[in-house]
Design a protein around this ligand. Structure first.
Ligand code: SF4
Length: 108
């Protein structure tokens, strides 16, 4: 007669492994929507470092030139957005179409 492996430690590890295999594919569903729908705050440390402003009329930076804004920046990944859209410089978080930061790149 064959004896079942009754080692509780091994069973527990197997259960944790199965739980991990199930949970890992769900991680993007848990974290991505929050990042994708989150508006960048002007108080965000990264926004401050890049001199990001929601409104170009508030920009006071030597690199800024009239006509530049997020909507015509290469890193703004939804040119059809009307007010807010994802920015690659901010990991896909939303910036204002009329905003600006010092990472502005002309859309090609
Ligand atoms: S990288 Fe471009 S789209 Fe993103 S905040 Fe700066 S100017 Fe706006």
């Amino acid at each position: 007669m064959r004896k079942h492996n009754a080692d509780p430690t091994r069973r527990r590890l197997l259960r944790l492994g199965v739980a991990g295999i199930v949970a890992i594919p769900a991680l993007p569903l848990i974290f991505a929507p929050a990042a994708a729908n989150e508006r960048v705050s002007e108080d965000d440390p990264q926004a401050k470092a890049l001199h990001y402003r929601h409104d170009v009329s508030d920009v006071d930076h030597e690199a800024f030139e009239d006509g530049q804004n997020c909507a015509n920046c290469e890193l703004f990944s939804d040119p059809g957005a009307s007010e807010w859209g994802p920015c690659e410089a901010f990991g896909g978080r939303l910036v204002a179409t009329d905003g600006w930061c010092k990472s502005w790149v002309p859309r090609s």
